[in-house]
Design a protein around this ligand. Structure first.
Ligand SMILES: [Zn+2]
Length: 222
């Protein structure tokens, strides 16, 4: 049975590889994300390598083996299902669930996860719009546009967030931006890439920064 730390490593490596396809996952990036020293990362990578969960050679990148990838996806599956549970059944807000789910994702009971999945009605997406991997580890993440890609005049619906930090989610809530919110791009500023958008049918107009528009995934509506 993998330890919490091992699961967190596998998940982090998977996410780094997913975020930057084709790029090598470096020890330093892992250390940064897990807030630990590169030397401890090296030790853990060696251990996970011995267990056949990843390929690691010093001074080269790290990549997951199929077994390591499967374990990472199962941890992500549990994390995202618990997030759905917390929001839908316990009334948590979308900015309150991540840290709790970080703990719940380590519960080792396939039966619990299967029943949780069924209890929730087999959700496909978590409260941040991220896809929930299937039990066999299958997950397809559609290539999503971000708000920043759109031109003035475009209309779209918010479908996911790239950044799940509570401060970012709280900022979005303050702006009135949630998953499913329809938006219209009114103006794009060439100088700082900020955007003027209209939110839904309310007629409310807001300026959003480039940082916001780069982290909001949308599907264009015509
Ligand atoms: Zn989360």
């Amino acid at each position: 049975m993998p330890s919490h730390t091992e699961e967190n490593y596998l998940k982090t490596i998977f996410k780094l590889a997913e975020a930057e396809p084709g790029m090598e996952v470096s020890t330093n990036r892992i250390a940064e994300l897990l807030q630990t020293k590169p030397a401890s990362v090296t030790d853990m990578l060696r251990r996970l390598g011995e267990k056949g969960l990843l390929n690691y050679q010093r001074y080269r990148g790290v990549s997951l083996t199929p077994e390591g990838r499967q374990l990472a996806l199962l941890t992500i599956r549990k994390h995202r299902l618990w997030e759905v549970f917390l929001v839908q059944k316990l009334g948590f807000a979308w900015d309150e669930v991540h840290d709790v789910a970080e703990e719940m994702e380590h519960i080792q009971s396939p039966l619990l996860v299967r029943r949780l999945d069924a209890f929730l009605g087999f959700p496909r997406l978590d409260p941040h719009g991220d896809p929930i991997p299937a039990e066999d580890g299958g997950m397809n993440r559609p290539q999503l546009q971000v708000l920043a890609d759109l031109a003035a005049g475009a209309t779209a619906s918010i479908v996911a967030v790239k950044n799940t930090a509570p401060v970012f989610l709280q900022h979005l809530s303050k702006l009135g931006l949630e998953l499913g919110t329809p938006v219209t791009v009114l103006d794009c500023n060439a100088y700082d890439q900020s955007m003027l958008i209209r939110i839904g049918s309310s007629g409310i107009e807001r300026m959003v920064s480039a940082e916001v528009s780069r982290n909001l995934c949308v599907t264009e509506t015509y």
